[in-house]
Design a protein around this ligand. Structure first.
Ligand code: ATP
Length: 575
């Protein structure tokens, strides 16, 4: 996650509690094993959520595999070509040694000895506080204080907070304000953010507290003397934290009945490796020619130390990954191509505007083998004003194929007949090389979460004060048909229209029909579920064969010939 500065137009973040409540109420997302009290880090999808996630996966499949990049030509001037694979969750254990996951897929973990709770050392923020008079120069005081907190190991945080970004830590500060004021003998009046600084003001004239929030470097937690003075994020007591220890994120299991060490296997932590494993078989069994992509979607598992923020950091989640293979000399062009297309793609399905950014990693953030990585990041309510990763687009060089060739002994180089020296007969000699690879790696659960957060809209002036403004392609309910009243021949006309729409669009999502309750209540219910279009059969329909179509976002209505409804929907949904 990053803390890119928020544009000035940024509003107060939406309430995650309200979004989660709507998700449960309307059947988007439920806690897994809910009736047993849930299981941390696992989430199930209800009827609307399951269909929505399917729509997202299908949109990815369509635009990345079947019609990659919307039929655009790539930097080489040719149509982009991709094929799918579907690979297993459990693979040979050596796969994960070759990929580096056994040795290096670790997070530093810290335990609270008293509560037995755990957090990721790199997700730990300290809140530093000092008395402040509002008559002092804020910029100078704040700058000096931030420097002290960063450089002097004699200045300790008064609170510990587990968060992924400073923005998220700041959002949690509010829970602690009363306690902070009490400890400082300040009678609380207000909390203010002035440019980059936070000030808690007291009721007494000039009395205030200057707050600075910064990540506590894991090496600070690794030193005994330092750690004794760092408060636990769970109890705020000092001296109860352990030093950070490396914790491998892969779930392990045993294959077969004996459960001996030799039978140890891992649940995949990413879908990408399955692609590299089948690279040779795909090349040998199909007519794909370099450059081309192989896509894979499915479930991955990571034993996250602190699963948090609804589905954002889960222990079981779905990914949609593409490995695009190309000649090394073209790899930078393809990297830029995919990076830009992926950003455009997320925008095309509804993540528009200031909440979505493309962030190029700094050199020191790159893995040792990567020549470039960008993240598509979304400003989730819990990361605001910062952003959280939705998808990473990485230039992985030839790292993975080379590693698997080394560990398996297989020859994974590609023989490219179109390259190499020109021969007198006009053909080319060919060139053997290890392809380079560009990897756009998206998370489908994070995708659904971002789309839910973006769509969630509060408008107290509407009959449904909460509505979901989904893009029609993503909306789980595509259309609803309502007879204005449940009599006078209207239900029959509605039924006929419903049958027609169901036959044509029912494969893309739900088509609803509802004759109960007032029409206002029925619209409100559809708005809350994010249904983009409602068609109403009324008295006029019976005389002139027109219906009203109501637009969810504006609430406006227009009349449309009954015979035009299908074409109207097809235009907006595709298909
Ligand atoms: P993070 O830094 O947030 O842990 P990552 O950089 O490790 O993510 P990748 O390995 O690049 O993630 O995985 C690709 C995508 O898979 C991510 O962009 C994200 O959408 C998704 N993803 C990764 N870990 C999780 C998780 N624990 N829960 C849900 N989605 C995840």
């Amino acid at each position: 996650m990053s803390d890119a500065p928020a544009p000035n137009t940024h509003n107060t973040p939406k309430s995650m509690d309200a979004i989660m409540a709507l998700c449960k109420r309307r059947g988007f997302i439920f806690q897994a094993s809910d009736i047993y009290g849930g299981i941390n880090g696992f989430w199930d999808y209800g009827p609307l959520g399951a269909q929505m996630k399917k729509n997202l996966r299908e949109a990815w499949w369509q635009d990345m595999i079947m019609n990659p990049a919307w039929g655009r030509k790539g930097p080489n001037g040719d149509r982009v070509k991709c094929v799918p694979v579907e690979t297993r969750i459990i693979q040979h254990p050596k796969v994960w040694e070759a990929s580096g996951h056994v040795g290096g897929f670790n997070d530093p973990m810290v335990d609270d000895k008293e509560t037995k709770q755990r957090f990721r050392a790199d997700h730990f923020f300290g809140v530093f506080a000092k008395p402040f008079s509002t008559s002092w120069d804020l910029e100078t005081e704040a700058r000096n204080f931030a420097k002290q907190a960063a450089e002097s190991w004699e200045v300790f945080p008064v609170l510990g907070i587990v968060a992924s970004t400073a923005g998220e830590a700041e959002a949690h500060l509010i829970e602690h304000v009363k306690g902070l004021c009490k400890a400082a003998n300040l009678s609380f009046s207000s909390l203010e953010r002035v440019s980059d600084h936070i000030i808690i003001k007291g009721r007494q004239a000039d009395a205030a507290m200057l707050i600075h929030i910064r990540q506590i470097a894991p090496d600070r937690l690794a030193r005994d003397a330092q750690r004794l003075n760092i408060p636990s994020p769970f109890t705020q007591k000092k001296g109860t934290l352990t030093e950070p220890r490396q914790f491998n994120l892969m779930f392990s299991t045993h294959v077969g009945a004996t459960a001996s060490a030799d039978d140890k296997a891992y649940l995949r932590p990413e879908t990408a490796q399955g692609i590299f494993l089948q690279f040779k078989n795909v090349v040998d069994s199909t007519r794909v020619k370099m450059p081309f992509g192989i896509g894979n979607t499915g479930t991955s598992f990571r034993n996250e130390v602190t699963p948090r923020n609804f589905t954002y950091r889960s222990r079981e989640f779905d990914q949609a990954e593409l490995e695009f293979f190309c000649h090394p000399s073209e790899s930078q062009d393809w990297y830029r191509f995919w990076r830009d297309f992926r950003m455009e793609w997320w925008q095309s399905i509804g993540l528009r505007g200031e909440n979505l950014i493309l962030r190029e990693h700094d050199k020191d953030e790159l893995s040792h083998y990567s020549c470039g990585t960008s993240d598509v990041e979304y400003r989730f309510p819990f990361t605001a004003p910062g952003f959280g990763e939705l998808e990473g687009i990485a230039h992985r060089g030839d790292y993975d194929l080379t590693q698997h060739a080394k560990h398996s002994g297989a020859k994974l180089e590609y023989f490219d007949q179109s390259r190499g020296e020109k021969l007198p007969n006009g053909s080319t000699k060919g060139e053997r090389y290890m392809p380079h690879c560009i990897e756009p790696a998206a998370g489908l659960d994070r995708g659904v979460l971002a789309l839910l957060c973006e769509a969630y809209t509060v408008d107290p002036s509407r009959p449904s004060p909460e509505l979901m403004k989904f893009h029609p392609r993503i909306a789980p309910i595509k259309a609803a048909v309502f007879p204005l009243v449940d009599k006078d021949g209207m239900p029959e006309v509605a039924e006929k229209l419903y049958d027609e729409l169901f036959a044509r669009f029912g494969r893309q999502g739900f088509i609803e029909m509802d004759a109960k309750q007032s029409i206002g209540k029925r619209y409100a219910r559809m708005d809350e579920a994010g249904c983009p279009f409602c068609f109403t059969i009324d008295g006029q329909t019976l005389t002139d064969q027109t219906v009203t179509v109501r637009d969810r976002d504006s609430g406006s209505q227009q009349r449309l010939a009954l015979s035009q409804v299908s074409a109207f929907l097809a235009d907006r949904l595709g298909g």
